[in-house]
Design a binder for this molecule. Structure first.
Ligand code: NAD
Length: 485
């Protein structure tokens, strides 16, 4: 078992009264993966004070100097990829291949922002009068807080941390308690890469206590949150009271539309990967499959056959396609959604059961699940499940499919499978989503492109990822210089 303490002011420190909590392997809960400090308000406050002390010197360094530290951290993470992927799988449950991909993403994110450091700066703007120089400076905000979920425990902290640090801010990171190891390992790598003490502080512990302090404290200039809508809304309201900058990225109810002209084998491949990959625990996972009636029977036959063949098991076992749910609570919630859908009149086509045979007895495993005959008003068609459950809806035609796709309150990612270029372009124009995928899985993002949702998936004020991520973590100052006088 690993032991981590909070990382505050560059030191690993215990929580008040040595309080701790542990994480268990979701594939075998008899295994304790790691122990953490159970931080609360005092630890959050200490982290904010450490960040306040470190922010001026860090902010005064050049972006290129800061970028060198990010690039060095990328190399350190790269050297530890295998170890980190194994730890990620033991703590969060996804398959080793999925963990390896996610760790690689963190390596690449730090490499990207390290390189981007050579371009960070303001703008020159032509003035109306001669002898005048008009330009902008891009400046750090000071102290910023990051609150992250458990489902991408290294990629999401990385895609917030790298631009926040490159911009010159001091940071307090609060990872989710289900899987904090990757955040602690990021702190270790950045410290080894030469990050000055206090520039990054990581506090583990109860979300409400740590998160409330981060949201309420006047020294925290901005807070970037990824997680559920309920928690995001609570934090947003706190930040609004003191008019602090906010970025809330929340859940999805992402559709994949399968049109009558689609390559059905491709469509099934995409739906399987986007619906059951990562055990459905992705904000961009496909959870609604909207199929034109003309191809519905043929599509369902192929979908069920492929689903039946999926191997469920521990993420570290060879040949496993789908790992466990992260926790007993998540598993129970998934199964409750399936029961609820059937009670509302949906048809359970495949799955819907917990898996407890043999080596699965001590883990949070369930079958990949397909529900058909789903109507738009059912809860299973409207609410995020965050598990391996597909709700299949029948559409009369493209227009009907599009209106079904737009009928939910969330709008994160949306796929379309078609060979019709015109329909693809209309979809990109009219779908209410932050990310549109044509003939691609609804999950998976390019780290160099903007990412974020619309509607209840996001506050939709700033995008994450890509060069534009710096906008959230910086402020622009406009300078007028008259040298004609
Ligand atoms: P969650 O909202 O339960 O927790 C997210 C974080 O908030 C955790 O660190 C948690 O400890 C903290 N927290 C909990 N209560 C808090 C409070 N009262 N005040 C402050 N912080 C608090 O979410 P989760 O279960 O960790 O993650 C799953 C959710 O995240 C899903 O809804 C998923 O769609 C969403 N998600 C969104 C994206 C995206 O980019 N849009 C990406 C991944 C996950």
């Amino acid at each position: 078992m690993r032991r981590y303490q909070n990382f505050i002011g560059g030191e690993w420190t215990a929580a008040h009264q040595q309080a701790v909590f542990v994480t268990h392997n979701p594939a075998d809960t008899r295994e304790t993966v790691a122990e953490y400090a159970a931080g609360g308000q005092p630890e959050a406050r200490a982290a904010i004070e450490a960040a306040q002390a470190a922010a001026p010197a860090w902010g005064a360094m050049t972006p290129v100097a800061r970028g060198r530290i990010l690039s060095a951290a990328s190399q350190i993470l790269d050297a530890r990829k295998k170890e980190l992927a194994e730890l990620l799988t033991r703590e969060e449950g996804k398959t080793l291949a999925e963990s390896a991909g996610e760790v690689q993403r963190a390596v690449d994110i730090f490499r990207f922002y390290g390189g981007l450091s050579y371009t960070v700066g303001g703008q020159t703007i032509p003035h109306d009068l001669p002898g005048n120089f008009l330009y902008t400076r891009r400046e750090p905000l000071g102290v910023v807080a990051l609150i992250t979920p458990w489902n991408f425990p290294i990629a999401i902290p990385a895609w917030k941390l790298a631009p926040a640090l490159l911009a010159g801010n001091a940071v307090i990171l609060k990872p989710a308690s289900q899987a904090p190891a990757m955040a602690m390992e990021l702190a270790r790598a950045l410290a080894e890469a030469g990050l000055p003490k206090g520039v990054l502080n990581v506090v583990t512990g109860e979300g409400r206590a740590v998160g409330a302090e981060l949201a309420n404290h006047p020294a925290v200039a901005a807070l970037s949150f990824t997680g559920s809508y309920t928690v995001g809304q609570t934090i947003y309201q706190r930040l609004a009271l003191r008019m602090a900058r906010a970025q809330m990225e929340m859940g999805g109810k992402n559709p994949t539309l399968v049109l009558a002209d689609a390559d059905l084998d491709l469509a099934v491949n995409l739906v399987i990967k986007a619906g059951f990959g990562l055990t459905g625990q992705a904000c961009t996972a496909t959870s609604r499959v909207i199929v034109e009636k003309a191809v519905l029977p043929a599509f369902m036959d192929k979908l069920v056959a492929r689903t039946r063949a999926l191997k469920v098991g521990p993420g570290y076992a060879p040949g496993v396609d789908m790992g466990p749910a992260v926790s007993a609570a998540q598993l129970e919630s998934n199964l409750a959604y399936v029961r609820g859908a059937v009670a509302e009149g949906a048809t359970l086509i495949y799955g819907g059961e917990r898996l407890e045979e043999g080596e699965l007895a001590h883990g949070h495993f369930m079958q990949p699940t397909i529900l058909a005959g789903v109507k738009p008003a059912m809860r299973i068609a409207c609410e995020e499940v965050f598990g391996p459950v597909l709700a299949v809806l029948a559409a009369d035609d493209f227009e009907h499919a599009l209106s079904l796709a737009n009928s939910v309150e969330m709008g994160l990612s949306a796929s379309l499978v078609t060979r019709d270029l015109k329909k693809a372009m209309i979809y990109a124009e009219r779908i209410q989503a932050g990310v549109v995928k044509i003939n691609q899985i609804s999950t998976g993002l390019a780290l160099q492109a903007p990412f974020g949702g619309v509607k209840k998936s996001s506050t939709d004020s700033f995008k994450e990822q890509g060069p534009g991520a710096l906008d959230f973590y910086t402020r622009i100052k406009t300078v007028y210089l008259d040298y004609s006088v």
